[in-house]
Design a protein around this ligand. Structure first.
Ligand SMILES: Cc1cc2nc3c(=O)[nH]c(=O)nc-3n(C[C@H](O)[C@H](O)[C@H](O)COP(=O)(O)OP(=O)(O)OC[C@H]3O[C@@H](n4cnc5c(N)ncnc54)[C@H](O)[C@@H]3O)c2cc1C
Length: 406
């Protein structure tokens, strides 16, 4: 068996890691850990993610990727990474990233002081739950062709159009949205970025059920939705630049390796206990062990790349097009790890009979779930990794053009 590859950790960071471990041991309730293990979808549902958010908020550890002047923890890139890694190893639920990790950095960089003062505390406290309204029915990879319009009327904009694949819109009370404010200029230049309160007439959310039977994404319809001009981020026509900044963070601003490595470690553990016949365990099967080792090595290589990007962010730089490499590698790994998990459980892993609801009627009380039960829905959901945040083909084009300069 391969010895686990560990990047070097300084004595201060080791002590930081111990503090985080101790906090997780004492403050992360078993119900949340179990809920996280039972989650088949990309995002954890608010029933558990918001509870975890509140716990971290109380501790002052929630805004760990925000600049210090806006309430960030001031942790070094390595410490941020160690925090995410310990959370993954402890089965902490994912946080509501759309507000915390996508919109908040946009507001810090492009928002007015009033927008920062109003929205950032509400993102932290969980009072506002955000979703992302970029894609439309004929504007996914070709996002610049979006047709939702924003027309100025006095001190407001009126938004008309529809958004597609909007993750967690059925939980959200706010949506950050791209809309066209000018059709007479080049497509990219006519787009603006808006903050929209969904709790008003004219906003309709229609669910989309996925292949795995989950309700994670939606269609959102905007029918003459009023947005105060003070909720335009940046200036008119700056939406494309802001969206690119946000998408870089979506693709490379999060660390994917910690959870992949935690899942691989769990798979190894399960394969050690899963009989393969004749008193042997699945892990003794050379072909299986080889696949697992290959995935582990690739996840470790991803870990180093993510650490390098974090260093860059720590120096105040943007993740840049390298974030596309991270997204591409993480997407492939996620799908392969989840496919291998299905194979671990054989027939049991093929069942789609995942219990509903996930966490029972009163949050956060997870219904009993085995790894075998969650394997297949998770595998089906993992296919979406090659699509959301820009498909694999689009990431490859970005890498070819901007990293390899082809
Ligand atoms: C689970 C999930 C959650 C999502 N959540 C959100 C969300 O919260 N908010 C949001 O705004 N969007 C969200 N999306 C939408 C996502 O960003 C788009 O689905 C994605 O950008 C692809 O767009 P499309 O679906 O329109 O496919 P298309 O753009 O129609 O692409 C179809 C296929 O053609 C390929 N293709 C297209 N153009 C090219 C090209 N130029 N070169 C090579 N191949 C190409 C694509 O790779 C793909 O395989 C989500 C999607 C999924 C699946």
């Amino acid at each position: 068996m391969l010895a686990p590859l560990e990047f070097e950790v300084s004595p201060e960071d080791r002590s930081f890691r111990e503090t985080v471990r101790e906090f997780l041991r004492t403050h992360l309730p078993e119900a949340l850990r179990a809920g996280s293990r039972a989650t088949p979808t990309v995002f954890a549902e608010p029933e558990i993610s918001r509870v975890w958010q509140a716990i971290l908020h109380d501790k002052g550890w929630l805004a760990y990727n925000w600049p210090r002047e806006f309430g960030g923890t001031g942790w070094s890139p390595t410490q941020r990474y160690l925090f995410e890694k310990e959370c993954a190893l402890a089965d902490a639920p994912g946080l509501p990233v759309l507000g915390l990790k996508l919109l908040a950095p946009v507001l810090c960089a492009y928002g007015t002081p009033d927008q920062q003062a109003f929205y950032l505390p509400k993102i932290l406290s969980g009072e506002h739950y955000w979703c992302q309204g970029f894609s439309e029915s004929s504007a996914g990879s070709d996002l610049a062709s979006l047709r939702t319009r924003a027309t100025r009327e006095g001190g407001d904009y009126l938004l008309n159009g529809s958004k597609l694949w909007t993750t967690h819109a059925h939980f959200a009370d706010h949506i950050f949205c791209l809309a066209r404010t000018d059709s007479s200029v080049k497509a990219q230049r006519g787009i603006s970025f808006f903050l929209v309160d969904m709790r008003q007439p004219g906003v309709k959310v229609r669910p989309i059920r996925t292949l795995a039977g989950d309700h994670e994404v939606n269609e959102v319809f905007l029918d003459t939705v009023r947005v105060p001009a003070t909720d335009l981020v940046g200036v008119e026509g700056q939406g494309w630049s802001i969206a690119k900044f946000l998408l870089e963070n979506e693709r490379g601003g999060s660390c994917h390796a910690p959870r992949l490595l935690a899942d691989i470690a769990r798979l190894r553990d399960e394969a050690t206990h899963e009989p393969a016949g004749d008193d042997t365990a699945l892990i003794d099967d050379a072909a299986f062990a080889l696949q697992l080792a290959r995935l582990e090595l690739e996840a470790q290589a991803l870990e180093i790349t993510e650490l390098r990007i974090l260093e860059q962010l720590g120096l105040g730089e943007r993740p840049g097009p390298q974030s596309s490499i991270v997204k591409l590698v993480a997407s492939d790994l996620r799908r392969h790890v989840d496919a291998l998990a299905v194979s671990v459980f054989g027939y049991a892993g093929l069942q789609l009979e995942l219990r509903r609801p996930l966490y029972g009627s009163t949050a956060p009380e997870p219904v009993h779930t085995t790894s075998a039960q969650v394997a297949m829905p998770r595998y089906l959901n993992s296919q979406a990794w090659a699509i959301f945040g820009g498909s694999n083909e689009i990431q490859r084009t970005i890498i070819a053009k901007t990293v390899l300069m082809l």
